[in-house]
Design a binder for this molecule. Structure first.
Ligand code: DLL
Length: 439
C-alpha cells in the first residue's frame, strides 16, 4: 500500500489556526448567522429576542434554536432562502429517492467555499495536482458528485466524472485512464473491486493508490477490506447536504478521526434525549451550525448521526476537532427485543470473523410472533462458496457468536451465494425491517 506524501502540508492555512483564533472566528460567524437568519421567516420569529451583538461567547450558541429535517421538509422547496433567487447559483437535494427531497441552495460564494472545503480534505488524504481522480458518485441532485468535482478542480487534479453505475465501464475507465484516486461510497468501492476481480484484474494491475470514501456509514473492518482489494490508502470523509454536502469533515493521513472544518461549521455533541452536551469524548448526536453559508443559513441542525469528538491535537497540525466514524443514526438504530443495535456493530462483528464472507450483507428484521427475529444475510466469497455443510455450519455459528458478543443480540445467519444481493451504485441499503408490515 502506498502511503501518500508523508510530508504533506495543509491546503489552506486556516486549517491550522489556533483554538483561540477559531473561537474568535466562530463568535463572529455566529453573529453573522443570527443576522442572516433573520431574513428567513422560519428563523425570524425564533430569533426575535436575539441580536447579533448579544453573541459574546461560545456558550451563547445555546440561546439559538434547533433545526430538524422536519423543519426543512415543511419549508420545501426554498422557503429557507435568506437571499433572493437571483443570488442563487446552484441547487442540490438530499439523496433519498422517494418523496420530496430536501432542497439546498448555494450562492456563488457558497459554491466557492464548498470547493475549498472539499479541496482541503482531498489534499489532507493525499490528492495532488498531478493526479487523475475518478468520481463514481452520481452527478445529479446528490451533493457527492458535484461537491467533489469542484474540490478536485480546486486541488488542480484531473477529473474523471464517471458518475455512478455501469460498473464494468467504471473498471475499464479506471484502468485505461490510469486513475490515481477513486471517489465514491465505500460500498460502491467494494462493488468496483468485485468487478475488477471478475474481469481478471488484480489490485496491482491498476495504478490506483488513493480512495476517498464517504456518504454512508462504514467500519474500520470495511476499510481494511477495501484497501486490500483495491490496493489503496483509503480515507473517510463526512458531510450532509443540509450543511453543504461533502466537506464538513475529513481524515488526514493519520486517520484518527475526521477533522471537522470548524471555521465553517460549529459542532456540538449532544445527548439526543436531553439535548445537553455529552461528557468530553463520549458519543452523542452531532449538531452543526453553518457559520459561513449565505443562501440557506442553518442553525443547530440535528444530524441524527451518532459520533464522538476528540479535541486532542493531531500530529498533522490541523486544529479542527476530530469526529469519530459515525456509529449509527438515531433513526437507523434497531431495537431488537429491547436491545439497541446499530447496523454498523453487526458489520464490524461479521467482517471480523474471517475472510470467508464478503462485505455484501443485509440485515432483515421481522416479528413473526411476539419476538423480534434478526436474519443476517451475508454472501460468501467465491473462493469459500462450498457445499460442505459442516464448514458452512461452523461459519454460521462463528458469525452469530461474534455478533452476540459485539451487539448483544442473537441472529440467524444465512450464507448466500456470491452476487445474490443487489448492489447499489450509491448508498447501500443494509437493513430491511419488516416488523411494521406485521402490525
Ligand atoms: O451524503 C454528503 C456526502 C457525499 C458526504 C459524499 C461524503 C461524501 P446526504 O445525502 O445529505 O449527504 O447524506 C448525509 O449521510 O447525515 C450521514 O448519516 C451519512 N454520511 C455522510 N458521510 C458519512 C460518513 C451526503 N463518512 C448523511 N460516514 C449524513 C458515515 C456518513 N455516514
Amino acid at each position: 500500500m502506498n502511503k501518500p506524501y508523508p510530508d504533506a502540508p495543509v491546503f489552506d492555512d486556516d486549517e491550522t489556526m489556533s483554538r483561540d483564533e477559531l473561537t474568535f472566528e466562530q463568535i463572529n460567524g455566529l453573529r453573522r448567522v443570527v443576522c442572516n437568519a433573520k431574513n428567513v421567516e422560519f428563523y425570524r420569529d425564533k430569533l426575535r429576542d436575539l441580536e447579533p451583538e448579544d453573541i459574546k461567547k461560545p456558550d451563547d450558541l445555546w440561546r439559538l434554536p434547533f433545526t430538524t429535517k422536519e423543519d426543512l421538509r415543511q419549508n420545501y422547496p426554498l422557503k429557507m432562502l435568506a437571499v433572493g433567487r437571483d443570488k442563487i447559483s446552484r441547487v442540490h437535494g438530499s439523496s433519498g429517492t422517494t418523496g420530496k427531497p430536501t432542497i439546498v441552495a448555494y450562492t456563488e460564494n457558497d459554491v466557492d467555499t464548498w470547493a475549498n472545503l472539499c479541496a482541503r480534505f482531498l489534499f489532507a488524504g493525499g490528492l495532488r495536482s498531478s493526479h487523475f481522480a475518478h468520481i463514481a458518485f452520481g452527478l445529479g441532485m446528490f451533493t457527492g458528485g458535484f461537491g467533489l468535482h469542484f474540490g478536485i478542480n480546486r486541488v488542480g487534479a484531473a477529473i474523471v466524472p464517471a458518475a455512478a453505475g455501469n460498473t464494468r465501464r467504471q473498471v475499464m475507465l479506471l484502468k485505461d485512464l490510469a486513475a490515481d484516486a477513486l471517489i465514491c461510497t465505500p460500498s460502491y468501492a467494494l462493488t468496483i473491486a468485485e468487478t475488477m476481480r471478475e474481469e481478471g484484474l488484480a489490485p496491482d494491475d491498476l495504478p490506483l493508490s488513493l480512495g476517498f470514501f464517504g456518504g454512508e456509514i462504514w467500519t474500520e473492518e470495511m476499510r481494511a477490506r477495501i484497501e486490500k482489494e483495491l490496493g489503496i490508502f483509503a480515507t473517510n470523509n463526512y458531510g450532509l447536504s443540509e450543511l453543504i454536502g461533502p466537506g464538513v469533515a475529513g481524515e488526514c493521513r493519520y486517520r484518527c478521526g475526521m477533522h471537522i472544518q470548524e471555521d465553517h461549521f460549529l459542532v456540538e455533541c449532544l445527548n439526543p434525549q436531553t439535548l445537553k452536551p455529552v461528557k468530553f469524548g463520549e458519543e452523542g448526536e452531532l449538531v452543526f451550525t453553518a457559520l459561513t453559508k449565505e443562501a440557506m443559513p442553518i442553525i443547530r441542525y440535528r444530524t441524527r448521526d451518532i459520533a464522538a469528538l476528540n479535541y486532542a491535537p493531531c500530529e498533522c497540525g490541523r486544529t479542527g476537532v476530530r469526529m469519530s466514524r459515525v456509529r449509527g443514526r438515531t433513526d437507523d438504530m434497531l431495537i431488537i427485543r429491547g436491545v439497541n443495535v446499530y447496523p454498523s456493530q453487526i458489520e464490524e462483528a461479521m467482517l471480523r470473523v474471517s475472510g470467508a464472507v464478503s462485505p455484501h450483507y443485509l440485515i432483515e428484521v421481522d416479528r413473526p410472533k411476539q419476538l423480534d427475529v434478526v436474519t443476517l444475510k451475508v454472501e460468501l466469497t467465491p473462493e469459500n462458496f462450498s457445499d460442505r455443510m459442516d464448514e458452512m455450519q461452523t461459519l454460521r455459528d462463528r458469525i452469530a457468536r461474534e455478533v452476540q458478543v459485539t451487539a448483544q443480540i442473537g441472529v440467524n445467519v444465512e450464507l448466500l451465494a456470491p452476487q445474490s444481493l443487489e448492489r447499489a451504485a450509491g448508498k447501500a441499503v443494509r437493513v430491511l425491517d419488516k416488523r411494521h408490515l406485521n402490525r
